[in-house]
Unconditional design. Structure first.
Length: 352
């Protein structure tokens, strides 16, 4: 059975895929969810970061939650990632990022946390700034290359930083790095490759999607065919590192403001330019920018979540179908106080 976790409303939404229907529930103890991840070594363990309500953990596949990490001096958690290669006991090493760009990690399943304080000493730190609130900034996304253990973090906005040795030493961003990578990914079948879906292209045409093939030393644009320059979510086929999808809009306002929303999904294969996909998706006008996610088992199946609903593609993103879900109005409506991104997680679940 699949279980979907939707960080789009004031409460965490949990959606179970049953044989002939979808069961929609809310987890009211997890307020203003922003980011969520499942432990690759412990299928029932999840971590969820919130905007202003701290960090939460579930050990029963998301049925119940408890607050953890209360010693962390921040309450706005903007990213969470569990290592697929660093295992302690029966669980993975957990990384979390917060507002005002701090990075923490836990080797004991969230019981205790340590901070990588070195990032605050990086020379670029004083230049980081979150456009909607220039007085602050945040760790937007964390990624890890399973081929060599390098850890990367994108800062919203101003940097992509990395550590080649598990956090002992952090390397600052440099000229040519993405400035505002909303999604940062690596690939198990493409060592040293990093993908970045950015807002950079709005002011710097051609830099909407960037790729590094050498562990972040250099970056190349892969934006040919993108008619819209503001990127939000990105997903790559687990078997084919050259097949990818992105969600896009002309600018931030078209992505998040429902009064002028207009967004699209693009698809790319190998050296071909990006192509816009439309079949089965809602009309672009009025559609806020989509969260994209891959199926945990079928590498050719992807999902897109937006204010129109949840959509599935079983043919690598070429065509889409709206899932027959009985939504409540508040599940997908815009939440004015939401300051940070929404998220979608698709997980296998063995519950009843």
């Amino acid at each position: 059975m699949k279980r979907f976790f939707l960080c789009v409303s004031e409460e965490l939404i949990v959606l179970d895929e049953l044989e002939a229907k979808y069961n929609v529930q809310t987890r009211s103890m997890v307020l203003n969810p922003v980011c969520i991840a499942v432990d690759p070594f412990l299928a029932n363990r999840l971590y969820c970061g919130t905007d202003g309500y701290g960090l939460w953990m579930s050990d029963d596949g998301g049925d119940s939650w408890r607050r953890i990490g209360e010693e962390i001096p921040e309450t706005i958690f903007t990213s969470v990632f569990i290592s697929p290669i660093r295992k302690y006991g029966n669980h993975g090493l957990v990384y979390v990022g917060t507002d005002r760009s701090a990075l923490f990690y836990s080797i004991d399943g969230g019981q205790t946390w340590r901070e990588w304080e070195e990032i605050k000493a990086l020379s670029s730190y004083s230049n980081w700034s979150f456009p909607p609130n220039p007085q602050t900034h945040n760790v937007r996304m964390i990624a890890e290359d399973p081929s060599n253990g390098h850890i990367y973090a994108s800062i919203e906005a101003g940097a992509v930083i990395k550590t080649p040795n598990g956090g002992e030493r952090w390397l600052d961003t440099k000229e040519g790095n993405p400035l505002d990578a909303h999604t940062l990914l690596t690939h198990s079948k493409a060592p040293n490759r990093i993908y970045a879906a950015c807002s950079d292209g709005v002011d710097q045409p051609g830099r909407s999607v960037l790729m590094s093939r050498d562990g972040g030393e250099t970056w190349e644009p892969i934006s040919e065919g993108l008619e819209h320059r503001y990127m939000f979510s990105m997903v790559v086929n687990k078997d084919d590192p050259d097949m990818m999808l992105v969600s896009a809009a002309a600018a931030a306002r078209n992505a998040y403001d429902p009064s002028v929303a207009e967004s699209y999904i693009y698809r790319k294969e190998k050296n071909q330019p990006w192509k816009r996909v439309e079949e089965g998706l809602p009309v672009a006008k009025g559609t806020m920018i989509s969260n994209l996610a891959g199926d945990p088992q079928d590498t050719n199946t992807f999902y897109a979540l937006n204010n129109r609903g949840l959509y599935r593609s079983s043919d690598n993103g070429k065509t889409w179908t709206a899932l027959p879900i009985d939504w409540k109005k508040e599940h997908l409506q815009y939440v004015p106080q939401r300051r940070h991104r929404s998220a979608l997680l698709v997980a296998d679940w063995g519950g009843e």
